[in-house]
Design a protein around this ligand. Sequence first.
Ligand code: NAD
Ligand code: DAU
Length: 340
Amino acid sequence: MKQILVTGGCGFIGSNFIRYQLSEYPDISVTNLDKLTYAGNLENLKEYESHSGYTFVKGDITDADFVNALFNSNDFDAVINFAAESHVDRSILDSSPFIHTNIVGTQVLLDAARSRNIGRYVQVSTDEVYGSLGPEGLFTETTPIAPNSPYSASKASADLLVRSYIKTFDFPAIITRCSNNYGPYQFPEKLIPLFISNAQEDKSLPIYGEGTNVRDWIHVIDHCRGIDAALRKGETGQVYNFGGNAEMQNIEITRLLLSILGKPESLIKYVTDRPGHDLRYAIDCSKAEAELGWKPETKFDTGLKDTVQWYLDNPEWVNRIRSGQYMKYYDQQYGNRLNS
Ligand code: NAD
Ligand code: DAU
């Protein structure tokens, strides 16, 4: 594999994936196509700006003319589609960009890749397409799709489109579905980086509902290793789940963060629940372990401490985000809840 197209490479997971590719495969050439939405940050790959194996292209995956021209002027061996609107709460406020980017954007990429006979297409999807679990059980690759938020419905729709291209056109695609990622460069609207930043500033940590919702946390590098394994060793038409074997209630994780940061639990503030809030996600990743030789390696305790340290060591990165556009969204999302 010599030349790959990564979409959404200026976001959290995409930038970690590009860094991983460039460090693991010295001869690889990576083109990063990103629209630079509020979540896309060129700073995430600053150290690679002049790297000979890295090219950044600003563009929108929903723009078919632009995407086709990019495919025509390159010879990609594979496409890895990370580009998406990714935050559930935003999808509840306005689902339009989610439908457009996550569904139409995927269709545009599929058509462009198909017309150029690209040998491998990886759709980076999420465990949220499976809906919500009760207290027991795990999502497997055969769990029926049952999304509960506009975000997860848009990701599920994209997965179904990919599936249809596999069945109808023999298109060489793979779908990966991962649980909640944490690690460096995560946009501070998601639970862990938001709570680290708020706690540092002695601001409230807004826990939705009773804080008993459960997520299975995986370090972003383990997810990137999984996508890499699917890209290189996966079988066309297959779905692979990735998870971290680290189920935690939101309140547990919050207490852990406060104790790592040496901040008081009085910062915890219970707020109105997220509408349609999925109770529990937990992943069975035995298929990826058996067929891709992959397993999560980062222990949650160590990974979380390292992540907190990364945020403490990179205050400028956080501050630039928290001072701009993001704060307008923050007020819209939390203004009334924290004042009530
Ligand atoms: P993110 O929001 O941090 O990054 C998304 C990136 O996509 C940004 O750089 C943004 O500029 C870009 N983008 C958005 N719309 C675009 C468009 N129309 N054209 C081109 N680029 C566009 O997201 P993330 O957390 O890094 O997630 C990446 C992918 O992984 C998403 O597809 C998400 O659904 C999936 N995923 C995320 C998690 C998680 O825990 N964060 C878990 C499983 C799967
Ligand atoms: O499971 C994979 C998914 O994980 C990805 O597909 C999504 O892109 C990613 O955003 C993430 O979705 P979640 O909704 O689980 O992540 P979030 O960080 O928004 O929330 C994690 C949990 O914390 C969830 O139960 C809601 C809760 N929460 C979140 C925020 C932002 C709070 O209690 N308070 C908050 O302020």
